[in-house]
Write a protein that binds this ligand. Structure first.
Ligand code: UDP
Length: 485
C-alpha cells in the first residue's frame, strides 16, 4: 500500500498569486485531480485568507486536491494591483522563493508539512506521497529553478496567450533586426518584422507593453533580464503548458514548439474543467447583476470589465462613461474599489447622474463574469483583453471592444481586431466619441458577430471529446505520470 502510494503522481501546482493566474490554473488542478492525479495547489497566504473557508476543495475529487500557501512578503493592506506589481514580483522573489524551497524540500520527503509551518486549508495532506512533479507559473522563473535544483521534474505553465510568449521569445531577434528599441517618439504604427508568423499584421503598438517601454526609453535592462529569465526557465522546463486552443493560436504554437522540449495546448481550461465548487474570486461577486440582466432584452447590454489589475485615471473613466451613455445601450460596468482614483461611492454616483438615475446602467465592484458573458442579454464586452477574459468571451461567442492596458493585452487585442475579427481594437485611444462608435459597431455589426460565433464553434470542437485540447490534456496527464514514475 505504502509502495503504491509512493509511486502515485503528486503534482505541485504553483500559480503567480493573482486572480487571472488562479482562474486559469485552478481548473487545471481540478482537471488533474479528476484524472486521478494528486494535486497540491499553492496559494499565497494573503490570497488563501481572502478566499476564506469556501476555498476548501469540495466535490467528487476533493480527496485528491489540497491547498497550501506561502507568504508573498507584502503587508495585508497592500492592494496588489497594477501599480504595485513590481513590488509583488520582487517580494515574491525575496520571500516566497525561500518559503517555497523549504516547502518543496519537505514535500519531497514522505513527511507532510506541519500546520505550524504552512497554512493547510484542506488539511488532507497526510495521505499524500512525495511530490513527483512541479507545474510552476512561467512568470515564477525562480520556482522553476528551485524545482530543478531539487531535482524534481518541472513544467512551466503560461497563463497568457501563446502569441505573447512567442513575442517574448522573439525579443533577441527583435533587437537584432532593429525592431527594438523603437526610436524615441517613433511611429507606433510601423510594422514589426521579427515575430514569426505575425509579419503581416503586427505593429509596434501591438507588442507586449514592456517592449513598448523599452522602445520609448531605450533598452530597459529590466526587460532584458525578464526576457532572459523567462526564456531560460522555459527552456529548462520539461514542457510548456498553454491555456489556449489550436484553432486560436496554431501558428504561434508551431513557432514555439521547436525551441522547447515539449508544448501542450490544453485550453480554454475554464470551459473544459469548471472548478465551480471551489471559491476562486478574491472579491465578493455581486449576484444581483445577473438578476438585472434577466430584465434586459436579448443582446442589448454592453458588459464592461477591465479585469482584476487595471486602474484608470478619472479622465479615462469620464471618457468611457460619456461614450457608453452616448452609445445608448444599457451597460453593466465592473468598477473595483481600487480602480479609479476617486472613492467608489463618488464614482458610482457619477454613473447614476450621467444616466439620469435611470435603469441604463448597473455598476458593481465584481461580477460573476462567466455567468454574465453566458447571459442572453449581453451584446458585447468592453474588455482590457486579459487572456482569461478573451477566452471567456470567445467561448460564449460575444463580440469584444478591446482597450488593452498592459502585458500581453496589446498583442491579444490585435488578434481580436485583425486575426480572429471577433471584435474591435480601440488600443491607445480613450475618447468618448471613439468609445461610442466602437461600442455601436460591436453591438450592431453582423460580420463581427458571425466571426465571434464561428470562432466559438471552432474552440468548442477543440475542447470536446476527441478535440485537440482534450487530446492534448490526456497526453499531458500521461506525460506527468511518466515523469512521476
Ligand atoms: N473576473 C470576474 N469578475 C469581474 C472581473 C473579472 O470574475 O468582475 C474574472 C474574469 O472572469 C477573469 C479574471 O477575473 O477570469 C481576469 O483575468 P484576465 O486574464 O482577463 O485579466 P487580469 O485580471 O489578469 O488582468
Amino acid at each position: 500500500m505504502a509502495a503504491a502510494a509512493a509511486a502515485a503522481a503528486h503534482v505541485l501546482v504553483f500559480p503567480f498569486p493573482l486572480q487571472g493566474h488562479i482562474n486559469c490554473m485552478l481548473p487545471f488542478a481540478t482537471a488533474l485531480a479528476a484524472a486521478g492525479v494528486l494535486v497540491t495547489f499553492l496559494h499565497s497566504d494573503h490570497n488563501l485568507r481572502r478566499l476564506g473557508p469556501a476555498s476548501t476543495p469540495d466535490g467528487p475529487h476533493s480527496q485528491r486536491l489540497r491547498f497550501l500557501s506561502v507568504p508573498d512578503g507584502l503587508p495585508d493592506n497592500d492592494p496588489r494591483s497594477v501599480g504595485g506589481l513590481l513590488e509583488l514580483v520582487e517580494s515574491l522573489q525575496a520571500v516566497a522563493s525561500v518559503a517555497f524551497r523549504a516547502l518543496l524540500a519537505s514535500l519531497l520527503s514522505t513527511k507532510s508539512p506541519s500546520r505550524a509551518d504552512h497554512h493547510d486549508a484542506a488539511d488532507s495532506g497526510s495521505g499524500f506521497p512525495p511530490v513527483s512533479c512541479v507545474v510552476a507559473d512561467g512568470y515564477l522563473p525562480w520556482a522553476i529553478d528551485v524545482a530543478d535544483e531539487l531535482a524534481v521534474p518541472v513544467l512551466a505553465f503560461h497563463t497568457s496567450s501563446a502569441c505573447s510568449i512567442l513575442a517574448f521569445l522573439s525579443a533577441p531577434r527583435l533587437f537584432e533586426l532593429g525592431d527594438l528599441p523603437f526610436p524615441a517618439g517613433g511611429d507606433l504604427d510601423e510594422p514589426v518584422h521579427g515575430v514569426p508568423g505575425m509579419e503581416s499584421f503586427l505593429r509596434r503598438r501591438d507588442l507586449p507593453s514592456s517592449f513598448r517601454r523599452a522602445g520609448e526609453h531605450g533598452v530597459n535592462p529590466r526587460l532584458r533580464v525578464l526576457v532572459k529569465d523567462t526564456s531560460r526557465s522555459s527552456g529548462k522546463a520539461r514542457a510548456l503548458i498553454f491555456n489556449t486552443a489550436d484553432s486560436l493560436e496554431r501558428s504561434a504554437l508551431a513557432h514555439i514548439a521547436p525551441h522547447m522540449r515539449d508544448v501542450f495546448a490544453v485550453g480554454p481550461l475554464h470551459a473544459m474543467f469548471p472548478a465551480a465548487a471551489i471559491a476562486k474570486s478574491l472579491w465578493r461577486e455581486d449576484d444581483g447583476c445577473v438578476a438585472w440582466l434577466d430584465g434586459q432584452a436579448d443582446r442589448s447590454v454592453v458588459y464592461v470589465s477591465l479585469g482584476s489589475l487595471a486602474v484608470m485615471s478619472h479622465e479615462q473613466f469620464t471618457e468611457f462613461l460619456s461614450g457608453l451613455v452616448a452609445a445608448g445601450y444599457p451597460f453593466l460596468w465592473v468598477l473595483r474599489p481600487d480602480m479609479v482614483g476617486a472613492s467608489q461611492d463618488a464614482v458610482f454616483q457619477e454613473v447614476a447622474r450621467a444616466t439620469g438615475d435611470g435603469d441604463q446602467a448597473r455598476v458593481v465592484a465584481w461580477a460573476p463574469q462567466r455567468d454574465v458573458l453566458r447571459h442572453r442579454a449581453v451584446g458585447c464586452f468592453l474588455t482590457h483583453a486579459g487572456w482569461n477574459s478573451i477566452l471567456e468571451a470567445v467561448l460564449e461567442g460575444v463580440p469584444m471592444v478591446c482597450w488593452p492596458f498592459f502585458a500581453d493585452q496589446q498583442i491579444n487585442s490585435r488578434f481580436v481586431g485583425a486575426v480572429w475579427r471577433n471584435g474591435l481594437d480601440m488600443k491607445d485611444v480613450c475618447e468618448r466619441a471613439v468609445v461610442e462608435k466602437t461600442v455601436r459597431e460591436a453591438m450592431e455589426s453582423d460580420e463581427t458577430r458571425q466571426s465571434a460565433e464561428a470562432l466559438a464553434e471552432q474552440v468548442k470542437r477543440d475542447i470536446a471529446d476527441g478535440g485537440s485540447s482534450a487530446m492534448e490534456f490526456k497526453r499531458l496527464v500521461s506525460f506527468i505520470r511518466e515523469l512521476s514514475s
